[in-house]
Design a protein around this ligand. Sequence first.
Ligand SMILES: [Zn+2]
Length: 393
Amino acid sequence: MRIFTGMKLISADYIYPITSSPIKNGVVGIDDSGKILALLNPEKDDIDWEKVEQYEGIICPGFINTHCHLELSYLKGVINEKTLLTGFIKDIVAVRENFSETERIKAIEEADKEMFTNGIVAVGDISNGNSTFKLKEKSNIHYHTFIEVFGTNTDIAQQAIDNALQLRDEHPNNSVSIVPHAPYSMSPTLVKKLAKLKEETICIHNQETESENEMFEKGEGDLLKIMQNFAPEMHNYQAFNKSSLQSYLPNYFDSKKILLVHNTFTKQYDITFANKSPNDIFWCFCPNANLYIENKLPNYNLFLNEKCTIGTDSLASNWSLSVLDELKVIHKNNSTIGLEKLLKWATLNGAEFLGFDDELGSLEIGKSPGLNLISNVEKNQLTNKSTVKRIDL
Ligand SMILES: [Zn+2]
């Protein structure tokens, strides 16, 4: 029998390493720092069960939340539900000045704690200002910050880039990139200036509402109308006669990795187009935010062979910041997607996109990915009652 000294041994009904098949009654050996030293399979390895902490349920790596806007946490419960993206934008503009700096900071700290408790170990977080930077410096969660630029007025394009560059200088570390907000909110000049930065890792809100495609294809629809209310220059908008994705993606061909967020109205031909691009494409789903804003979910069947990730979006458009809650919605909507695949979306794919996969995203020897215990799983499927708990290491 092999003797494993100096490490904690942890087991559950199933261990999901993600990079290999689930192990029935598998055992993870972990040192004081949380680094994995052993991954044991009772069918092949002798295990001294008296030394093993055993749990009911399944164990998987810590979750990766690839899309959040921590700085909007103060808007929890404030924005009306199911008013479509156009209503959501109107609501945000109407209420965002009603909160003090202290209220905003408190909400950011609580949201970070909520994610930690829900087993999230890394976050791709959108920032328009610096209000989250102090927290990111001290948080137990790994953050990659996406500094977002937008503006349909050509005259302010350089200002938007300069502001973003200054924010990047203020950011506490170099896990940060400058990214476009959405296809519909950028002037062509701003897109060109941004593309020149050749950011390696970017994200963009993609095809979140039906009228985004109408705007690009035909130069009409509610999204264009609301943009014209805010920005008179949008009256001169020229349609592209192509879907949103096919119109804008070539601008970003110099970026290595692109995360497309939402994809609620993405069609098969968009996916085929994206897969022919030189970029490494990741598709991020935020199902609760889709239900909150549009009450419509993406067609997940189109994405079964793609690299998908999970995002919670912000508390402005969600009831919680929990990757498991997002997985439960996808499972309820499409029970043919197995737990193994869902967990890969929730862990390894996101870690790879954010560049944290050396440490996080899978249970492999040498990594320190955190351990999540998911309870109330039936026949290796999530249920409404499934819960997640971080295992203290
Ligand atoms: Zn978002």
